[in-house]
Design a protein around this ligand. Structure first.
Ligand code: MN
Length: 314
């Protein structure tokens, strides 16, 4: 499933993308329950609730999704929209799949050898972890703000992993069974701040510096996370192009090492590092007006535009 969070009126709803439509999972669940005369189950209203709901909840969501997509395939979308069960996919409707993660996003530095080399860094013998706060997250299609605080704003295409089943001391062999799904993520970075403050947190944590989505793709659709092409384009020009097979520490190892003595929770996000081709290596930083696209194979395309801060002419 390509699970999404979308705007409905003033609120947010969880949905799933299917054949150009967004299924409103709660709307479909209501219709299904009425039709089958079922006692209503508690249905999640946010993506975090869905993930935290565990296997029973995921099975319910799957059943609702299967019914919903059969509706979209068989009926007119306008009719379904009037019934409140499906909407046409259109610009501006999607929010970030997890609009406000419960805690910091875990990130990996220097996890591709060529990227470490282009930054003049050694290939690490242990994963390099740092975090970005939940306040950095923005939706697909939302603007990345070129804050006045930085003159060296850079992009980083990454495969993001979302934890489904939490745990501590998770062995590598079981690690992928803890994964709920995968998303595109752009680890936007202020290189000058990253350098100036030594610790990376400040340069990684400006508002709007973590676009994610467009969907949270469930793990069943990505049988091998180490065989995915990963690409980033600025204004249509390819800047990063690699494969997740080139990671130094694979997803299973990252989960094993990060969970040593530290509990991972359902809904936690792990950004797995970026390949070579960042602006810092070429001197071509992001500027207002740039259109940035991140595309990991099977996860759709994450598109965001860079804009000047409010009140500043670009
Ligand atoms: Mn990164």
């Amino acid at each position: 499933m390509h699970l999404v969070t979308f705007q409905k009126g003033r609120g947010q709803r969880i949905g799933a993308a299917w054949h150009g439509a967004i299924l409103d999972l709660r709307g479909i669940e209501t219709e299904l329950a009425l039709q089958q005369g079922e006692r209503r189950v508690r249905f999640p209203s946010t993506m975090l609730e869905l993930i935290q709901g565990g296997p029973e909840c995921w099975a319910t969501v799957r059943r609702v999704f299967d019914y919903g997509r059969s509706l979209v395939d068989a009926q007119d979308l306008q009719v379904l929209t009037r019934r409140g069960v499906a909407y046409p996919e259109k610009k501006g409707r999607l929010l970030a799949p997890i609009p406000r993660p419960a805690r910091n996003i875990f990130c990996m530095g220097r996890n591709y050898a060529e990227h470490a080399a282009e930054r003049g860094a050694q290939v690490p013998d242990r994963p390099v972890f740092f975090t970005k706060p939940p306040t950095t997250v923005i939706a697909p299609g939302a603007d990345i703000v070129h804050h006045l605080a930085t003159a060296e704003m850079d992009y980083e295409a990454e495969l993001a992993v979302v934890i489904g089943r939490g745990g501590r001391d998770i062995p590598r062999a079981q690690a992928l069974s803890h994964v709920f799904g995968y998303m595109n993520l752009n680890d936007v970075t202020a290189r000058d701040l990253q350098r100036a403050h030594q610790q990376w947190f400040k340069g990684k944590s400006l508002d709007t510096f973590c676009p994610i989505g467009p969907a949270l793709v469930t793990a069943d659709e990505i049988p091998d996370p180490q065989r995915l092409s990963i690409q980033l384009r600025v204004n249509g020009k390819v800047r990063q192009s690699a494969n997740t097979s080139q990671m130094i520490f694979d997803v299973a190892t990252l989960i094993e090492v990060l969970s040593l003595g530290m509990t991972l929770e359902p809904g936690d996000i792990l950004a797995t590092g970026t390949p070579s081709g960042v602006g810092a290596a070429t001197g071509e930083f992001l500027k207002p007006g740039d259109l940035v696209e991140v595309e990991v194979e099977g996860l759709g395309c994450l598109v965001n535009q860079v804009v000047a801060p409010m009140g500043v002419e670009s």
